[in-house]
Design a protein around this ligand. Structure first.
Ligand code: NAD
Ligand code: UGA
Length: 468
């Protein structure tokens, strides 16, 4: 008989597992969805009475309010979640390996393997196991081998790949209206049947033509490819921003002109201080590692350059700040606006802001930081991790956390915009100017301010991708 999914378990209640499965629960009231995680604090936060959820994502709270307790549950009882489900998403973290073979490049599949072994150990009926985490090609194959080798009571395991394409800050709208849902499966009768069962879940709200079904390895590679090509657009525009700064061309005008070509398209061409986020760098390095393992050094070098350009962009920006401030920022107060890696998220993983602050601290500046969403504790954690050679007290002496943009800018010599938060477009620059040391500098790493207006107020303005 065709498989009908009625109980879903998601292993991993993070940025992907949480929102993705909350939306499945909302859109499929007939399916019971349980999201499990080993991290008690995280699960408690998902279950908190006042909806203080562990991640900030516009629209998420509303989804959780509607579905939680109805057919959406959060728990640390991983085994029970696995036992009861007929379909299991594996949505655990897959960071870049820190040590051993492939250190600094390859994905650390430790958490995926642990979750897979747990499924094999406790499952007492057949399951569809869905790889949701971003993984190197052929991971599904390894998962299948582990599951089959450890299966009890003749349980059957069908493995699917179903990578997630949501972007943070827009996760809920991305999930409600995805450009596509991608499902990879073995092209066997059982594989195709499992694929259809998962496609039926999405069909509750996603139009049929947007549900793409392909082979397992195409699915795994498509996820790495999509992130690599998105990041490559940013590195391309950022490489051009350096030319603009040297020539007097304007990167906004160039991006617009280029993006008007329907073959290129206008999106994702915003020059910036560099891309951040937990995935672009990790997934490209993963692709580099894969290319190298396949003895394709030219392919590896090509993709590696996307990451190198990003590092260059961050370095170039902090150097421009120092150069412009008469070649020294020692003892100077610098306001950094934004700590998240992009607007509308509290996530700071690989944020360009961390690199900038590290550089400013190395120049012995006094850095005053403000972000509307990131928790103070998180900022201290990121900064101590970024500067392992400095004692925490030294960092705390040089960095001050502020509770508003105005407070951060008070008595500063320079304001650096690192994240494109909407509230930074509403800053009262007249007041900021009145309270700053003179000459007052603004460095816009996000093409956010009206440079002409600021110059009229009296600021010296430096914008990414524009000459001074
Ligand atoms: P995350 O770190 O926010 O969440 C992962 C969760 O898994 C953690 O809460 C952790 O405690 C839990 N976990 C780890 N091992 C476990 C185990 N054995 N049993 C139970 N729980 C376990 O990570 P994330 O940002 O949600 O990313 C998850 C995956 O999705 C990664 O592979 C990532 O590349 C991919 N991805 C992320 C995004 C994004 O925007 N963050 C988008 C698309 C894909
Ligand atoms: C990215 C992809 O957009 C998602 O499709 C993918 O699912 C996800 O990675 C993932 O696999 O984790 P995310 O990192 O959340 O999503 O956010 P993006 O909107 O892609 O932004 C990434 C970084 O690029 C941010 O620092 C952002 O500020 C920067 N960016 C983005 C630019 O500098 N310029 C642009 O034009 C766009």
């Amino acid at each position: 008989a065709p498989i009908k999914v009625t109980k879903i378990c998601c292993i991993g209640a993070g940025y992907v597992g949480g929102p993705t499965c909350a939306v499945i629960a909302l859109r499929c009231p007939h399916i019971t969805v349980t999201i499990v995680d080993l991290n008690q604090d995280r699960v408690d936060a998902w279950n908190s009475e006042d909806f203080k959820l562990p991640i900030y994502e516009p629209g998420l709270e509303d989804v959780v309010r509607q579905a939680r307790g109805r057919n959406l549950f959060f728990s640390t009882d991983v085994d029970k979640g696995i036992k009861e489900a007929d379909l299991i998403f594996v949505s655990v973290n897959t960071p870049t390996k820190k040590t051993g073979v492939g250190a600094g490049f390859g994905a650390d599949l430790h958490y995926v393997e642990l979750a897979t072994r747990r499924i094999a150990a406790v499952a007492d009926s057949s399951k569809i196991v869905v790889e949701k985490s971003t993984v190197p090609c052929r991971t599904a194959e390894s998962m299948r081998t582990i599951l089959e080798a450890n299966s009890k009571n003749h349980c059957r395991f069908d493995i699917l790949s179903n990578p997630e394409f949501l972007a943070e800050g827009t996760a809920i709208s991305d999930l409600f209206k995805p450009d596509r849902v991608l499902i990879g499966s073995l092209q066997t009768e059982e594989g195709l049947e499992a694929c259809r069962a998962l496609a039926d879940v999405y069909a509750n709200w996603v139009p049929q033509e947007r549900i793409l079904t392909v082979g397992l390895w195409s699915s795994e590679l498509s996820k790495l490819a999509a992130n690599a090509m998105l990041a490559q657009r940013i590195s391309s525009i950022n490489a051009l921003s350096a030319i603009c700064e040297a020539t007097g061309a304007n990167i906004d005008e160039v991006a617009h002109a280029v993006g008007c070509d329907s073959r290129v398209g206008p999106k994702f061409l915003k020059a910036s201080v560099g891309f951040g986020g937990s995935c672009f760098q990790k997934d490209i390095l993963n692709l580099v590692y894969l290319s190298e393992s396949l003895h394709l050094p030219e392919v590896a070098a090509y993709w590696r350059q996307v990451v190198e350009m990003n590092e260059y962009q961050k370095r170039r920006f902090s150097k421009r700040v120092v150069d412009t401030l008469f070649n020294t920022i020692t003892g100077k107060r610098i306001a950094v606006l934004g700590f998240a890696f992009k607007a509308d998220t509290g996530d700071t993983r690989e944020s360009a802001s961390i690199t900038l602050i590290r550089d400013f601290v190395a120049e012995r500046a006094n850095v005053h930081v403000y972000d509307p969403k990131v928790e103070e504790e998180q900022i201290w954690m990121d900064l101590t991790e970024a500067m392992p050679q400095l004692p925490a007290e030294t960092i705390k002496k040089q960095v001050t956390l502020c509770s508003s943009a105005l407070e951060a800018c008070k008595d500063a010599e320079a304001v650096v915009i690192a994240t494109e938060w909407k509230e930074f477009t509403l800053i009262d620059w007249e007041t900021v100017y009145a309270n700053m040391k003179k000459p007052a500098f603004v460095f816009d790493g996000r093409l956010l301010v009206d440079a002409k207006k600021l110059k009229e107020i009296g600021f010296k303005v430096t914008v990414i991708g524009r000459g001074n």
